[in-house]
Write a protein that binds this ligand. Structure first.
Ligand SMILES: Nc1nc2c(ncn2[C@@H]2O[C@H](COP(=O)(O)OP(=O)(O)O)[C@@H](O)[C@H]2O)c(=O)[nH]1
Ligand SMILES: [Mg+2]
Length: 230
C-alpha cells in the first residue's frame, strides 16, 4: 500500500456547508450582523438592502473540522413577500433578529417565527435562535431580558445577544452556531479564540424576483474578494 496520499485538495476542504438565514424587521441590524461576521466591517449608514445578499465565511472548528457558513440576508423582503418562504427553505439555522431598543421589532418576531414554522411544517424545524442586537444601546433597551428569555423558553430556541456595531458577541455566537450545527461541543476557551476570521467573501445576489432559484451557483474567490452569483 502506498502512503503517498497527498490529496490535500483545497477545493474539498469544507466538511460542512451550512445555510444560515437572518430574519426580522427592517433596521434591526441583519445586514450589519452579516457584514460584521463575514467581513469584520460595520457600515454606519442605514441602507435598506434590496433583494437578497448572501455572505460566505469559512471557519475552522476544533478537531480540524472546516465549515463554510453561508449567511443569507433577506434585505427588504417583507414577511408577506412571495419569495421569502423559498429563501427560508433549506436553512440549517434561522436567526430571528430584533433590535433591543425596539419593542415592535421583538413583537413582530411572533409572525416571523410563524412563517418559519409554516415553511418547515412538513419537515423538522432547523436550529432556531433568538438574537437581540444592538446591545451597545442597552441604555435605551425597550425589551427586557425576561421577555427575551420567556420567548426562548416558550419556543425552545437558542439565545444570543450581540452588537453588530461594536462586534461584541457576533463572531463568538456564529462560531457557536457553527459548532452546534456540526455537532461539536466547545469549551469556553475555544469560544474565546473565535474572533479572527479565516476567510471571508461577500456575495451579491442580483435581484430577479420572477425567476428566483435556490442553490444558484456561487463563484467564490480564494481570498477576501467580492463575488457575484450568476
Ligand atoms: N447602535 C447600533 N446600531 C446598529 C447595530 N446594528 C445595526 N445598527 C444600525 O441600525 C441600522 C440598520 O442596520 P441594518 O444592518 O441595515 O439593518 P437591516 O435592515 O436589518 O439589515 C443601521 O443604521 C445600522 O448602522 C448595532 O449593533 N448597534
Ligand atoms: Mg438589510
Amino acid at each position: 500500500m502506498s502512503n503517498d496520499d497527498s490529496s490535500d485538495d483545497e477545493d474539498n476542504k469544507d466538511q460542512h456547508q451550512f445555510k444560515i438565514i437572518l430574519l426580522g424587521d427592517g433596521a434591526v441590524g441583519k445586514t450589519s450582523i452579516a457584514m460584521r461576521f463575514c467581513n469584520d466591517h460595520f457600515a454606519q449608514q442605514y441602507k435598506q438592502t434590496i433583494g437578497l445578499d448572501f455572505f460566505m465565511k469559512r471557519l475552522a472548528l476544533p478537531g480540524e473540522v472546516n465549515v463554510a457558513m453561508q449567511v443569507w440576508d433577506i434585505g427588504g423582503q417583507s414577511i408577506g413577500g412571495k419569495m421569502i418562504k423559498n429563501y427560508i427553505y433549506g436553512a440549517h439555522a434561522v436567526l430571528l433578529c430584533y433590535d433591543i431598543t425596539s419593542k415592535e421589532s421583538f413583537q413582530n418576531l411572533e409572525d416571523w417565527y410563524r412563517l418559519v414554522r409554516k415553511t418547515f411544517e412538513k419537515s423538522k424545524l432547523p436550529y432556531v435562535a433568538l438574537v437581540g442586537n444592538k446591545t451597545d444601546m442597552s441604555h435605551a433597551r425597550a425589551v427586557s431580558r425576561d421577555k427575551h428569555n420567556a420567548f426562548v423558553e416558550e419556543n425552545d430556541m437558542y439565545s444570543y445577544f450581540m452588537s453588530a456595531k461594536t462586534g461584541d458577541m457576533v463572531s463568538s455566537s456564529l462560531f457557536r452556531i457553527a459548532a452546534d450545527l456540526a455537532g461539536i461541543v466547545l469549551t469556553k476557551g475555544e469560544v474565546d479564540v473565535t474572533v479572527k476570521p479565516v476567510t471571508a467573501a461577500i456575495v451579491d445576489y442580483e435581484r430577479h424576483d420572477s425567476q428566483e432559484k435556490r442553490g444558484a451557483k456561487v463563484k467564490t474567490s480564494n481570498n477576501t474578494g467580492g463575488c457575484r452569483i450568476s
